[in-house]
Ligand binder design. Structure first.
Ligand code: TTP
Length: 726
């Protein structure tokens, strides 16, 4: 259900930019001979020439529509050029479209906060840029206005007698007597024109745009005049726009809610909503949705443009319609393996390029029982914590499928032995990775806890080990751009801040070990190459650069949380844990080598050095949960760690050549943790995710070998295994 958000007080300038017939443009750039010709992109299969998924504007002029099959398109436009979507692993490969979309995003993001809303759509908050233009070079001061800007559509503006539309637009843009909102909007028109021209110049793609005071209106406007045009919604034209707008055309009203408004309240246009009081709408649809409906009827929407250039999730899917439905476990496994391979590749490149990791793996499927094809019973979506590496993802996905299949068949009263019952058919499979966070922010959830409500936290640790039912995601969507990621949440911290100091780099490193490295797989090149160095240097990007003591990090606490929240934290024991962080318990000494109580905090991969002299052999299974996944493939069976390195680690040493990185040296020389001195009652009072995080520090090797509290890293690696296991 939509949620109302308060409108911001000042006028905002928001643009929605949408690429025209996007896949067609990408294919035309690949094959310039197709430019100007009626062209469509088709997802090929044998049935009637495959389905059209993008239709160029020349082909649209002949009546070709996206709902047509290739054969039908040829009937209405015999000269149409049908280009097949690239194929990899037996399915559509959208990477060239994704990459082309990224090119555009990187240009648009130059002028303001940019939110990638889909593969070819972007929202921009241009308020600051418009304010700056208004202050420095207001449109009214311009002698000449760009020709392209003069082609803009200004809703509600009618050409005056004797004036052509360009002259009318120029007059509107350059009015001295316009109010502040319209002046800002005029700046927005000029900025978006410039951006669209830049996109054309650098990528050869045309796009259309809507410019308004909020996202909802900008989105409505961008589709009004296509291709390669832009439409602006002055405040004074909002009512006229919404009065006649069919209710189902409004974002979030295309589905059940829109149908309910039509059927139950007789609402056919957005303007019809004006007849209902806010109370009435709240009574019928709940407090939030009622207010949201009341607002949209008046063109009010406070939804922010989120700073997000990257997708929120990755997915890979394929459908198997009609006779192509899958009926054997082997065929399902074959396709799942293909989908997982693609997903894994994308996760690795996301990790490598953007330093982001995904936490949740989800399988969606559509199925029917062969004797009951009308059944509406759904194949349950299943999720589990995501482990990196193609083989692991394939294995986990297959297990999710089997769990889902058992449940699906169980809903028909069919008991299965394994998956041997054969009366099922699978018509679609998709696998997705979600809860993607920057490696860094995944390492700072305790900071976020102290900063305010932890909206995401270290999610995978909250998930049970067994599979869980997943909220439905878009089954075929290959990327989702729709929700917040943690970086944005961090950026959202407003206003005045209170500062606490503690040794943050080390906290990050701790959690890095607990949360990240043990989930990464050697098949991701980044982990192969870096064994901790890469992430450690990423970690440092978040360290304050202006502080003398690089070990100390200032952590902001949200000031808009009321005082009582701070005191509540105190009451709940947060103050004592803060004291703990601030006190000598996290001693920053390099001289005190108390091996009895020391817990080594280094990612163990950092310990692996070239200079092996005296070595102990550590079987791989001993390292699985700490370092094994970070090791290069050639090192997986066993790892040689020089004895002196273990001793160094055990004493939280000041080693200088551990990984060749000064930054890591700086951290590694810093401190040790007396775990006995953490008051368990304090931990118990913290939120679950923080408890898990601290427990992970205390017991870094969760499975299969548990280390007793108080044991040192040297004990852990000691050949006398019995001493270590509980
Ligand atoms: P759209 O933006 O919906 O459409 P479009 O860019 O092709 O055309 P327009 O100029 O009218 O905006 O979709 C963007 C791309 O997404 C489109 O080029 C192909 C792909 N797509 C699909 O693969 N399947 C679909 O059902 C839709 C709607 C789009």
């Amino acid at each position: 259900m939509p949620v109302a958000r308060p409108d911001s007080s000042g006028a905002r300038i928001i643009a929605h930019v949408d690429l025209d017939c996007f896949y067609v443009q990408v294919e035309q750039r690949k094959q310039p001979k197709l430019r100007g010709l009626p062209t469509a992109v088709v997802q090929y299969n044998e049935w009637k020439g495959g389905g059209l998924i993008a239709v160029g504007y020349e082909a649209r002029n002949y009546g070709v529509k996206r709902s047509m099959r290739g054969d039908e398109a040829k009937e209405v436009c015999p000269q149409i050029e049908l280009v097949q979507v690239p194929v990899a692993r037996g399915k559509a490969d959208l990477s060239s479209y994704r990459n082309a979309g990224s090119e555009v995003v990187s240009i648009l993001a130059r002028k303001g906060r940019c939110e990638r809303a889909s593969i070819d759509e972007v929202y921009l908050d241009l308020t600051d840029a418009a304010e700056a233009m208004l202050a420095q070079t207001p449109p009214e001061s311009l002698d000449e206005v760009d020709e392209e800007a003069l082609k803009s559509h200004i809703l509600g503006l009618e050409s005056k007698d004797g004036n052509d539309s360009k002259a009318t637009v120029k007059e509107w843009l350059c009015r001295c007597d316009a109010d502040h909102r319209d002046k800002l909007l005029a700046c927005g028109v000029l900025i978006v024109t410039e951006l669209r021209m830049q996109v054309l110049k650098e990528t050869e793609f045309t796009c259309s745009a809507g410019i308004a005071h909020n996202k909802m209106l900008a989105k409505l406007a961008s589709g009004m005049n296509k291709p390669a045009q832009q439409t602006t919604v002055p405040f004074s034209s909002v009512k006229g726009l919404l009065d006649s707008l069919p209710i189902k055309k409004m974002k979030q009203l295309g589905g059940k809610l829109g149908t309910s408004l039509q059927n139950e309240l007789g609402v056919t246009t957005v303007g019809d909503l004006l007849k209902f009081s806010e109370d009435k709408l709240q009574e019928r649809y709940g407090f939030n949705t009622g207010t949201w409906l009341w607002n949209i009827a008046r063109g009010i929407s406070g939804e922010e443009v989120q700073a997000r250039l990257l997708p929120k999730s990755h997915g890979s899917g394929k459908s198997f319609p009609g006779p192509r439905a899958l009926k054997t476990v082997a065929s399902v496994q074959h396709w799942l393996n293909q989908l997982c391979e693609e997903l894994s590749e994308r996760l690795c490149s996301d990790l490598e390029q953007n330093k982001r990791i995904a936490h949740t793996l989800t399988l969606h499927a559509s199925a029917f029982k062969s004797s009951d094809s009308d059944s509406r019973k759904k194949f349950p979506s299943k999720s589990c914590p995501l482990r990196y590496g193609t083989a692991k993802i394939q294995e986990d996905t297959f297990n999710l499928f089997q769990a889902g299949l058992r449940e699906f068949l169980g809903s028909f009263g069919v008991k299965t032995q394994g998956s041997h019952y054969s009366g099922w058919r699978i018509t679609a499979l998709s696998v997705s990775a979600s809860k993607i966070v920057p490696v860094l922010s995944g390492t700072c959830s305790i900071t976020k806890y102290f900063n305010g409500p932890d909206k995401f936290g270290s999610t995978s640790e909250q998930l049970p080990d067994n599979f869980i039912d997943a909220a439905p995601l878009s089954p075929s969507g290959s990327e989702s751009y729709s929700t917040l990621n943690s970086t944005e949440l961090q950026n959202e911290l407003p206003g005045e801040q209170v500062w606490i100091e503690h040794s943050m780099a080390d906290l990050g490193q701790l959690e890095m070990k607990a949360n990240t490295w043990n989930r990464l797989d050697p098949s991701c090149s980044i982990s192969k190459q870096t064994s901790g160095t890469e992430s450690s240097s990423s970690l440092d990007q978040n360290k304050p650069q202006n502080r003398d003591d690089s070990r100390m990090r200032s952590v902001p606490i949200k000031s808009n949380q009321q005082e009582h929240k701070k005191s509540a934290l105190k009451d709940k024991g947060a103050s004592s844990i803060l004291n703990f962080f601030k006190s000598g318990d996290l001693s920053c000494s390099s001289g005190n080598h108390d091996t009895e109580h020391a817990e080594t905090l280094l990612p163990l991969g950092d310990c692996l050095s070239e200079s092996n002299k005296k070595q102990v052999n550590i079987p791989k299974e001993r390292l699985d949960n700490s370092t094994g996944d970070c090791l290069s493939e050639s090192n997986q069976n066993q790892v040689n760690i020089p004895k002196e390195r273990l001793a160094e680690a055990a004493t939280t040493s000041t080693t200088t050549d551990r990984c060749g990185s000064d930054q890591i040296q700086q951290r590694s020389e810093s401190w040790k943790l007396r775990i006995e001195e953490i008051d368990p009652s304090v931990i118990d009072e913290l939120p679950k995710e923080i408890q898990d995080e601290i427990q992970a520090w205390l017991r870094p090797s969760k499975q299969p070998h548990r280390v007793k509290r108080g044991f040192t890293i040297a004990d852990y690696f000691s050949p006398s295994k019995n001493r270590l296991e509980q």
